[in-house]
Unconditional design. Structure first.
Length: 558
C-alpha cells in the first residue's frame, strides 16, 4: 500500500477520536486544514487509462472507466485523507476546453502522474508535456506512466520496457526517463483481479499490471520530496491541544517534587520543539530562495539566445551564469550550516539555563536524597541521569557547557544524539558541495551568419542541424528550443537542490532532534503513570497524545 496513504488514514482516524474526546470535555478545537492535504493529480493523454489507474490505486468502485473520453471534467476523490484528482485528457482537438480544466488542477498538484499509452507522444501531446515540464517547471514533481502495456508485442516485460525507454529519450529531451520516475503499467490487468477467484491468476495479473513498481515509485517520490512533513502539521497542533487538556485535568502527585520534575521535562521539551520549528522554517527558506535564484539565472541565460546573437559572447555569458548558480548553491549551504549552529547553540544555552537554575539545583538535591523511595516509574524516567552513571558533556561550535552538574543528578539528556554530534553531522553533510549538474562545460557551437546554432554541454542536448541557407523561421524555432534546453537545465538544478535541502532538513534538524524529544516524551509519560487518581478523561487524553507522538515519529521515519 502507498505508505503516505496508510499514515494519512491512521492520522485521520486518530484526529477523529481525539476531537470527539476534546468535544466531550467541552473543548472546541478544529484541525481541518485542506491546504495540508496532499493532492495527487492524474493528467495526460485522453483515453490513456487515468481513471483506471486511480481505480487500481484507490480500490474505489465509484470511478467510471471505459473506452473513449470518460472524464469530461475534473473529479476529486478523498482517499485515506489524500485528495486524488482525475483530469480530462489534454492535447486533443476534440475538446480544447479540457486543456484549461486540466491545467488548473495540475498547478495545485503536490504529485503529478502524467499518463500516456504505449503508443507514446504525438506532436500535440509532446508540446503539452514540454510546457508542463519546462515552462511550468513541473518536471521535478512528475511521475511519467506508460499505460496499456499489454497492447505491445511483448506485453509489460522488461524487454519491451527497454525498447520504449529508448524510444522516449529523444521525445523527452532535455530530460531523461530516469529523471521523470518512469513507470510501466497495465491497469486493466490489475482491475481484472477484482472479479477473479483463482490465486495463481490473480498473482499473474498483478505482476503483469506493474502495480508493485508503481507503488514503490510513489513511495520513493514521497520520501524524496519530503511530502510526509505535510501530514505532521495537524498532528503537531493536535499534540499541543491534547497537552493543554491533560494539564487542565491532571491531579497533583503526592510528592510535589515529582510534579516539579515533570514541569522540568516539559520545559526542556518546549525548548527542543521550538528550536526544531524555527530551524525547519529558516533552513527551508534558505534553500527555497536559492532555488528561485537559480531559476532566475536560467531565464536570464536562456534570453542570451536571440536573433543576431554572437556565439563567443553567448558562451562567455553562459559560463558566468553557471558560476553564479554554483556560487548560489555554495552560499546557501554555508548559510544553512551557520543557522543550524547558531540555533543549536541558543538551544543549548536555554537547556543549560534550565539545568543550572536554582530551582533545578534544589530539585536535583531533593531527588538525589530520596531516590530509593521514589516510585519505579519516576526512577525509570530519570534513567541514565541517576547518580554514578556517566554524565553528558557537550561542546557546541567551540562553546562548552554541561548538561548536568559535576557529581550530581543531571536532568538534561540527549538519548545518544547530543548537540555536538548534531553539529558535526550538519558540518559533514554540508561538506559535500551539492552541484546537480557537476558544473556544465560549454563546448563550441556552430555559428552561421553570426547566430549561435548550437550550445551543448553535460546534460544539454543539441536540437538543431541548421544549414547556411536555413530560413528565418527554422532558425527562430531552433533558438527557442535551445532556450528551453538551457532553462530546463537550470530548473532541474534548482529542483534537485531544493530536494537536497528537504533531505538535509529531515536528516539534520528533524531526525537529529527526534531522539531527544522522544526521550522526554517517554519520561513525561512514566511520571504521569505514577498518578493513580487520574480521571478517565485524563487517561484517555494521555493515551491519545502518546499515540499521536508515536505516529509523528513513524511518519518522520518514512
Amino acid at each position: 500500500m502507498l505508505k503516505i496513504a496508510e499514515y494519512t488514514k491512521r492520522g485521520k482516524e486518530l484526529k477523529k477520536r481525539a476531537l470527539s474526546a476534546l468535544k466531550d470535555s467541552g473543548v472546541d478545537f478544529s484541525v481541518n486544514r485542506d491546504e495540508d492535504k496532499i493532492k495527487l493529480v492524474f493528467a495526460g493523454q485522453y483515453s490513456a487509462g487515468k481513471s483506471s489507474i486511480i481505480k487500481m490505486l484507490t480500490g474505489r468502485s465509484d470511478i467510471d472507466v471505459g473506452a473513449g473520453i470518460t472524464t469530461q471534467e475534473t473529479h476529486s476523490y478523498e482517499w485515506n485523507g489524500l485528495i486524488v484528482i482525475d483530469t480530462p485528457g489534454i492535447g486533443t482537438e476534440i475538446r480544447i476546453d479540457h486543456d484549461e480544466i486540466s491545467y488548473q488542477a495540475i498547478n495545485a498538484a503536490d504529485m503529478l502522474v502524467f499518463v500516456v499509452t504505449n503508443e507514446l507522444f504525438d506532436s500535440h501531446l509532446a508540446e503539452h508535456f514540454r510546457k508542463l515540464a519546462i515552462e511550468k517547471d513541473k518536471a521535478g514533481e512528475m511521475i511519467l506512466v506508460i499505460n496499456k502495456m499489454e497492447r505491445t508485442s511483448e506485453g509489460n516485460t522488461t524487454t519491451q520496457q527497454d525498447v520504449i525507454r529508448e524510444d522516449l529519450r529523444n521525445v523527452l529531451k532535455p530530460y531523461t526517463p530516469e529523471q521523470l520516475n518512469l513507470c510501466f503499467l497495465d491497469a486493466e490487468s490489475y482491475l481484472e483481479t477484482i472479479d477473479e477467484d483463482d490465486p495463481e491468476i490473480i498473482h499473474e495479473l498483478t505482476a503483469r499490471s506493474g502495480y508493485s513498481n508503481f507503488i514503490d515509485t510513489l513511495n520513493r517520490f514521497v520520501s524524496e520530496k519530503s511530502l510526509s512533513s505535510k501530514l505532521t502539521t495537524e498532528l503537531y497542533m493536535l499534540d499541543e491541544q491534547l497537552e493543554k487538556a491533560i494539564e487542565a485535568l491532571k491531579p497533583q502527585s503526592i510528592d510535589v517534587d515529582i510534579d516539579a520534575l515533570e514541569e522540568n521535562y516539559l520545559q526542556q521539551r518546549h525548548v527542543l520543539i521550538d528550536a526544531r520549528i524555527r530551524l525547519q522554517q529558516e533552513v527551508k527558506d534558505i534553500f527555497t530562495d536559492a532555488g528561485s535564484r537559480i531559476r532566475e539565472l536560467g531565464l536570464d541565460s536562456a534570453n542570451l539566445l536571440s536573433e543576431g546573437c554572437k556565439q563567443n559572447e553567448v558562451e562567455f555569458e553562459l559560463e558566468k551564469y553557471v558560476r553564479q548558480a554554483d556560487d548560489t548553491m555554495d552560499k546557501a549551504q554555508q548559510d544553512a550550516t551557520q543557522v543550524i549552529e547558531a540555533r543549536l547553540t541558543e538551544m543549548g544555552k536555554k537547556l543549560d539555563s534550565i539545568e543550572n537554575s536554582e530551582f533545578t539545583k534544589e530539585l536535583k538535591t531533593r531527588l538525589t536524597g530520596k531516590f530509593d523511595g521514589l516510585p519505579e516509574n519516576v526512577k525509570k524516567a530519570l534513567g541514565s541521569t541517576i547518580p554514578g552513571l556517566q554524565k553528558l558533556g557537550e561542546v557546541v561550535t567551540g562553546n562548552a557547557y554541561k548538561a548536568g552538574v559535576a557529581g550530581g543528578l543531571s536532568l538534561s539528556s540527549f538519548s545518544g544524539s547530543n548537540i555536538h554530534n548534531i553539529v558535526l553531522k550538519a558540518g559533514h553533510a554540508i561538506g559535500y558541495k551539492f552541484k546537480p549538474w557537476q558544473a556544465i562545460k560549454i563546448t563550441k557551437g556552430v555559428a552561421v551568419a553570426g547566430r549561435v546554432l548550437g550550445i551543448v554541454g553535460v546534460g544539454l542536448s543539441v536540437f538543431m542541424q541548421i544549414k547556411e541557407d536555413a530560413d528565418a523561421d527554422r532558425i527562430s524555432a531552433d533558438l527557442k528550443k535551445n532556450r528551453q534546453v538551457i532553462r530546463s537545465q537550470f530548473n532541474t538544478a534548482a529542483n534537485e537542490f531544493e530536494d537536497f535541502g528537504r533531505r538535509y532538513i529531515e536528516d539534520n534538524v528533524v531526525n537529529s532532534l527526534a531522539p531527544s524529544i522522544s526521550d522526554l516524551d517517554e519520561k513525561i509519560y512514566e511520571i504521569r503513570e505514577t498518578r493513580s487518581n487520574r480521571s478517565v478523561a485524563c487517561r484517555n487524553f494521555e493515551k491519545l497524545q502518546r499515540e499521536c507522538q508515536k505516529l509523528i515519529q513513524s511518519i518522520h521515519s518514512m
